[in-house]
Design a protein around this ligand. Structure first.
Ligand code: CP3
Length: 348
């Protein structure tokens, strides 16, 4: 489909753009009253995510308010573990949980590798949203990284210490590798399905890459993101931009930039100019304003946006974003200020 606004895709290909494109991680969500309304109608998160009409509606909601340059399909990274049979649910205030958690490492051998059709509701939501957007902006597909999905599967939810996940890595590395390999295989199928359904680019969220030492990161996270990049290329999808976002893993940026991905997401704990030095002209960079900036006064937000843009400089290859996702208690009015500042200060 011909896109009216392809700034985001051009920036990821490091082509010149009239201004810096902007979208925000978790731009659809509870900070928007219109999201909370549809969420309440759905009753629970999985009903919302697995009903294409509703997923499409909440995907587009932030674009109706703000002139964003990309939409990201409303779904979750934990759909793959769900499709493997773990049974995902969200306990209010508690975060994600599984009905059939992995309690014994030997269960890993029996886990299936889901096909894209096993996640048909995501494919349907992407198809419907692509059709509804009708070329307005690109739609981003996504998945979790193998390592980040492993942590949720092994901890049965979030964790502060990642004790069980790390015990698995260190006590039975062969089982950890078996799980990571299965996850990487299913992610390749999943992302290919998303691209075939209409996604113009894909992002891999390695939200917990930063809890690994650099050596462990290489072995247990980077290796499997490499498998994903290689898998997409081998299947003929190498032209679709792929963005890797390893939060808290800035010490690995140079290695990440050599995977053959198109872009790297950055958290806010590194100056984007330093990230650029580490990654050379290999990749585009996406980021990296501290999301908490959205709690600040308007003029502070404007200056903080300008600082990130100035630090990146005038070369092509920057997609403006936050360094992590938006929070439910953020005010929509602040997003309007941020997006306006990006558009104003980056205009060539
Ligand atoms: O707008 C968007 O960014 C698209 C939708 C999206 C969601 N989750 C919706 C969601 C995306 C891209 C994600 C990715 C995701 N999910 C990540 C990676 C990004 C990151 O934050 O590092 C992770 C780690 C998850 C796992 C996850 N999903 C958690 C920990 C939670 C609970 C957190 C909470 O605030 O309750 C979710 C649920 C979830 N996924 C919500 C949303 C909007 C909130 C649940 C709700 O509305 O009931």
């Amino acid at each position: 489909m011909k896109l009216e606004n392809d700034l985001y895709l051009r920036a990821l290909r490091r082509e010149q753009t009239e201004r810096t494109p902007v979208w925000l991680m978790r731009q659809a969500g509870r900070y928007l009253p219109e999201y909370r309304k549809v969420r309440a109608q759905a009753g629970d998160f999985m009903t919302l995510a697995s009903t294409p009409e509703m997923a499409c509606e909440v995907t587009i909601q932030p674009l109706e308010r703000f002139p964003l340059d990309a939409a990201i399909i409303f779904s979750d990274i934990l759909t793959i573990p769900d499709a493997m049979g773990l049974g995902l649910y969200f306990e209010p205030g508690e975060g994600p949980k599984f009905n059939n958690p992995i309690t014994e490492a030997k269960q890993i051998a029996d886990l299936p590798v889901p096909e894209a059709e096993d996640l048909q509701y995501v494919m349907d939501a992407i198809e419907l949203t692509t059709r509804t957007l009708n070329g307005r902006v690109p739609l981003i597909g996504f998945s979790g990284s193998p390592w980040t999905l492993l942590t949720y599967m092994i901890e049965n939810g979030g964790s502060k210490t990642y004790a069980k996940s790390k015990a698995l890595l260190y006590k039975t590395p062969e089982l950890a590798h078996q799980l990571l390999d299965k996850l990487a295989q299913s992610i390749v199928k999943y992302l290919i399905g998303q691209i075939q359904s209409g996604a113009s680019a894909v992002q891999v969220f390695d939200s917990w890459g930063g809890v690994l030492s650099p050596a462990d990161f290489q072995q247990f996270s980077l290796k499997y993101m490499q498998q994903i990049v290689d898998g997409l290329k081998a299947a003929g999808f190498g032209d679709t931009p792929i963005v890797l976002f390893s939060k808290g893993a800035n010490q690995n940026l140079n290695e990440l930039s050599q995977t053959g991905c198109h872009g790297l997401g950055l958290d806010w704990t590194i100056d984007i100019s330093d990230a650029k030095k580490l990654t050379g002209d290999q990749v585009a960079l996406q980021g990296n304003l501290d999301p908490a900036t959205l709690y600040a006064p308007d003029e502070f937000i404007r200056q903080a946006v300008k600082k990130v843009l100035d630090e990146y400089g005038s070369e092509p290859g920057h997609v403006f974003n936050l360094g992590h996702g938006m929070q439910p208690d953020m005010e929509p009015e602040k997003v309007a200020i941020l997006v306006d500042a990006v558009r104003t200060y980056s205009a060539k």
